[in-house]
Design a binder for this molecule. Structure first.
Ligand SMILES: Nc1ncnc2c1ncn2[C@@H]1O[C@H](COP(=O)(O)OP(=O)(O)OP(=O)(O)O)[C@@H](O)[C@H]1O
Ligand SMILES: [Mg+2]
Length: 289
């Protein structure tokens, strides 16, 4: 472990200790404990990866890239999203994102949690139990950031219902795509949905809470500057997932295959970079063709 990582872990412990002193921190401590237990015993149960961040930061784009990459290494992937990762969930998504009815903040939080419970029970857990890689575009942290901080609700209540919803199934890795709200909004091509219409202050609170969550769990989160090019973000994720797979791949694919595939992948990228340099192009430009 590097000195920087040691510091981050010590900071995390200190934050956890502080939190356990307050009544509303009970939820947080057990979310972290659930993550720890998955991290300690990840191989028996596939690999669970989530993407988080406010709208337009590139979650769907990077989810698709990561799937393609992991499949090229021999992993079997399940791509999913929240809300709406199941048939009942799609009905909930419709209400959450497109209803013109007035939905109270508490009802909204419970609807997200109901969608999540169904998603965990019917999609995520079964896939992990059969040794697959599950990549979810949003998960529990979105509720902690949007419903608790964005809507300014009681954090302990939102945590409690979400812990019930996930039942201990926590991601091994969460990529937080972070960028300025005004810039990410520019990227959105569709008409804003019910949540996307919530305004700049709502998004600033939400973004800040995502960063707080990441600070509390540095072993699970990787924060990525999402204002970089698509290729730079993609490469940062590949670099991280390669390292994570070396630690946790046993249940996903035979370790020998993974090592061979990763080595082949890395040498292919090195040669692509060399030929890109020779022709005056970056590797990203070469790959974009
Ligand atoms: N790094 C990037 N640089 C520039 N444009 C990007 C980048 N990443 C994604 N985009 C573009 O921005 C738009 C939004 O990306 P994407 O749909 O992946 O974001 P999202 O986080 O999934 O958004 P939402 O929360 O609304 O689902 C798309 O048109 C995508 O092609
Ligand atoms: Mg998306």
């Amino acid at each position: 472990m590097t000195a920087a990582k040691n510091n981050a872990a010590a900071k995390n412990n200190a934050i956890e200790k502080n939190n356990s002193a307050s009544a509303c921190s009970a939820g947080l401590t057990s979310v972290a404990a659930a993550t720890d237990s998955v991290m300690q015993n990840p191989c028996k149960a596939g690999l669970f990866i989530t993407f988080e961040g406010v709208d337009g930061t590139g979650k769907s784009t990077q989810t698709a890239y990561l799937k393609e990459y992991l499949e090229s290494l021999g992993a079997e992937c399940v791509i999913t999203r929240e809300p709406g990762g199941t048939a009942p969930g799609r009905q909930i998504r419709e209400i959450l994102l497109h209803s013109s009815d007035d939905i109270s903040d508490r009802a909204e939080a419970l609807l997200y949690a109901a969608d999540r419970a169904q998603h965990v029970d019917r999609v995520i857990k079964p896939a992990l139990e059969s040794g697959k890689v599950v990549i979810s575009d949003r998960y529990i942290d979105s509720s902690l950031a949007y419903q608790a901080a964005g809507r300014v609700m009681r954090t302990d209540g939102v945590k409690m219902i979400n812990e019930f919803a996930v039942g201990g199934t926590m991601p091994n890795r969460t990529y937080l795509l972070d960028m300025d709200y005004a810039a990410s909004k520019q990227r959105l091509e569709h008409e804003p949905d019910r949540l996307e219409s919530a305004g700049a202050e709502f998004f600033e609170r939400t973004r800040k809470e995502f960063l707080n969550l990441a600070e509390r769990e540095p072993d699970r989160f990787v924060i990525i500057d999402a204002s970089q090019s698509v290729e730079s973000v993609r490469n940062r994720i590949r670099e991280d997932i390669g390292a994570l797979l070396c630690k946790t791949s046993a249940g996903i694919m035979p370790a020998g295959n993974l090592q061979t595939n990763l080595q082949a992948e890395m040498s292919a990228e090195t040669s692509a970079e060399k030929s890109g340099k020779m022709s005056g192009k970056t590797s990203a430009q070469s790959e974009q063709k």
